[in-house]
Write a protein that binds this ligand. Structure first.
Ligand code: P53
Length: 499
């Protein structure tokens, strides 16, 4: 008999503080990079970039941040309001419990705990808020899985220190991690360090707090290509910060576990041409790199050539090698949304594409309303490849479908497209488990509609719970169960048998 979902499998949903909490200047919270993410609507995408290309949405330069500070009225900055979870968490968690959630992935907003990122003492009001959220989850037997940093570096650290370009930020992160690990010992068993740590390649400001002076206005398709020196230095420092946090967790709470978080990019060659396959290998390396370091505690052999040929010199602290080795993560987590097609770039020397989305279409796959390919079999392939590489337990941090939802004549949302996406992916997850891959949980991205990370839209909805709020913050904020709510509830109740 093939293996299937193990008993105690962690079914649930996944969110991030900056996309749900709102209350950006309440409760003593300091500003974070996410407060400077502007709304990108389809209109902007059509004029400033093609539909499928990842148009940068965040402040790309010091100048832009300054302008957003001086003239906030000229900018639409939806992450500041989120979906008001800061005030609605009790009702929202009740709905998650109704669906039968076993796990809730969320993040702590660093600047709620340390408003400047590096203050001498933590903000008690911020700490109390998360105490209340964790208590509420435990009331229903839901395990919190907590990301320490999900695209919201404290602005002060970004502006004064260039974020993770500086070791000062590493020290501040270690102190922040230690503070919350001590405080929530016994309440939080599963932690992650940095969300989609490979996002440094396409969004260095959001994920790592790196601001470039006079960087191009976010209007061209790929303005972040290059800046390799800064990006790889910042991510090296994040690796060290991640390892230090992992070591602290093991010291303080030996029962707790730390995971990484990688935006997994599964790549296919455009043709059987060996050159296209070579490009797949390059891109694979630029994706595996991040998890190789976090899971094995060592830099993989293949990066040296890229560093040498591009004159990249990573400044290492004298104990870094040891810290990385001692701070390897306990389990692997990924986000999985789609697969990508690679075409040879004409250079036998490794070069990453430098952004998350490839613009070559796969003719065999359907696409979402946002042009993301839908590839459930790719999910099984990717899970096998990860397990083959690391042999560590895997948790699915994110998987989901962003779509435009419509009400029917009865005022309900029949989101069969979302149900189909979920069914197909959970089916392939079950296949991967039958293949022998050790997966212990699955968190649907955005179980409740939230602010999109990439575009700051509300229109791009992932939820099984509808939130009455538009791109501009208008609406009653009321929550409503979609058809997928009942589907997921049934699926969880049967531990994945009732697909
Ligand atoms: P949105 C790009 C490609 C794949 C996943 O994304 C990505 C991104 C960055 O935007 O990010 C993750 O909201 C991220 C979440 C995010 C989710 O995917 O742009 O960890 O914060 O909301 C979905 O549709």
């Amino acid at each position: 008999m093939a293996k299937t979902f193990p008993e105690g499998f962690l079914w649930g949903g996944s969110t991030a503080a900056n996309q749900i909490e709102g209350a950006w200047n309440e409760g003593g919270r300091g500003p974070a990079t996410s407060d400077f993410a502007r709304l990108i609507t389809k209109q902007i995408r059509d004029t400033e970039g093609t539909f499928d290309v990842h148009v940068p949405h965040n402040a790309a330069s010091k100048e832009m941040v300054e302008d957003m500070k001086a003239h906030p009225e000229n900018w639409e900055l939806p992450k500041r309001r989120g979906i008001d979870f800061y005030h609605t968490y009790k009702d929202d968690i009740k709905l998650f419990a109704e669906m039968g959630f076993k796990v809730f992935r969320m993040s702590i907003s660093w600047s709620r705990i340390f408003p400047n990122g590096d203050d001498a003492i933590p903000n008690e009001e911020g700490l109390k808020f998360y105490d209340a959220v964790f208590d509420e989850l435990h009331k229903y037997g839901i395990e919190p899985l907590v990301t320490l940093s999900h695209f919201d570096t404290p602005l002060h650290l970004a502006e004064e220190y260039g974020g993770f370009l500086s070791r000062h930020t590493v020290e501040a992160f270690e102190k922040y991690a230690e503070t919350v690990i001590r405080r929530y010992k016994g309440k939080v068993k599963y932690w992650l360090t940095f969300n989609e740590i490979n996002n440094v390649l396409s969004n260095p400001f959001t994920s790592s707090g790196v601001i470039f002076d006079g960087a191009p206005e976010p209007s061209s398709c790929n303005p972040y290509l290059g800046h390799w020196q800064e990006k790889f230095q910042a991510v090296h420092n994040q690796f060290v910060a991640s390892a230090l946090a992992t070591k602290k967790l093991h010291e303080i709470d030996p029962d707790a576990k730390m995971g990484n978080m990688l935006c997994r990019l599964e790549n296919y060659a455009e043709s059987p041409k060996p050159e296209d396959q070579l490009q797949v290998m390059f891109e694979d390396h630029f994706n595996w790199f991040f998890t190789d370091v976090q899971a094995t505690g060592e830099y993989p052999y293949y990066m040296q050539r890229f560093f040498d040929e591009n004159n990249i010199h990573i400044e290492m602290g004298k104990d870094d090698t040891k810290i990385l080795k001692e701070g390897a993560v306990d389990f692997i987590t990924i986000s999985y949304y789609m697969t990508y097609i690679m075409r040879y770039k004409g250079s036998p020397v490794p070069q990453p594409i430098g952004r998350l989305l490839s613009d070559i279409k796969n003719p065999y796959l359907p696409k979402s309303d946002w042009g993301w390919t839908i590839d459930p079999i790719g999910f099984r392939i990717t899970l096998n490849r990860i397990y083959d590489r690391y042999h560590k337990p895997i948790f699915i941090s994110e998987n989901g479908l962003g779509a435009v939802d419509h009400f029917d004549e009865k005022g309900q949302i029949q989101d069969d497209y979302r149900i189909d996406y979920m069914r197909a992916h959970v089916e392939q997850l079950r296949e991967a488990i039958a293949d022998g891959v050790d997966v212990f949980g699955y968190a649907w991205w955005g179980p409740i509609d939230l602010i999109s990370s990439g575009t700051s839209e509300m229109t791009k909805r992932y939820g099984m719970i509808y939130v009455d709020q538009d791109d501009y913050g208008k609406g009653t904020g009321k929550r409503l169960r979609k058809k997928s709510f009942y589907y997921y509830k049934k699926l969880i109740a049967s531990n994945g048998a009732d697909l």
